[in-house]
Design a protein around this ligand. Sequence first.
Ligand SMILES: [Zn+2]
Ligand SMILES: [Zn+2]
Length: 250
Amino acid sequence: MALKSIGLQVPNLLRDIVETGIVFLYPAKCRVCAAFLEVTPVPYICADCWHDIQFVAPPWCDICGTPDVRGLCDECATDPPRYGKLRSIAFYQTTLQHAIHLFKFEKKQAFGRHLIHLINAHIPIDCCIADYDFILPVPIHKKRLRERGFNQATLLAKGVVQTKGVPVLTDALVRHRHTVAQSSLGMEARQHNIIDAFEIPNPEVIRNKRLLIVDDVFTTGATIREAVNELWKADPAEVDVLTLARTLDA
Ligand SMILES: [Zn+2]
Ligand SMILES: [Zn+2]
């Protein structure tokens, strides 16, 4: 707590004593397990919980990335999705759920750099970012952008490409229809909710280009499916997907 910010001119020593007292009286606790925070690799979450994040590891379905599959899963073998491949970094379990919630809904944007580090440290070997012409964050509607102040997928995408030099296009795919939050709906309702939510204002920008869509969480796949279907109307050369998290049953 910075006393300076409320305009008090307190000598440094006194301020240190007061701040130490506040931390002593109200020590921060881990958002996941409620243990008192000591030295942690990230704010808000203890080291044990942070190191408990489960990363997606091969083998996985060549197309949809479902773990514990060699070649193609039954679904991709019979009715393949329209993306070339989808890869995710880690499972959407307790710690990552809390971490994404902090970042996305509690608007702790600075926390995003820890999530970006997580992605960059675990990019799947068959997902070479530099091979793409453009990175496209899954867009949110401008009304939600106003409410939240940022698009979490855009921040993640920009962090992922920062050393790769691949342009992030935030206006190639836009969400022109405001929808209720997908997370509040069941599987069937999600598919219905997201229909015709996207549009491509300038199809020629992405024609014959290799595209990588980036999003925070892959759940039922309804949003990704709709976005990919819309993108193919512009005849890109390739559409792949990278998400930070995927649910266990996705
Ligand atoms: Zn913890
Ligand atoms: Zn599959």
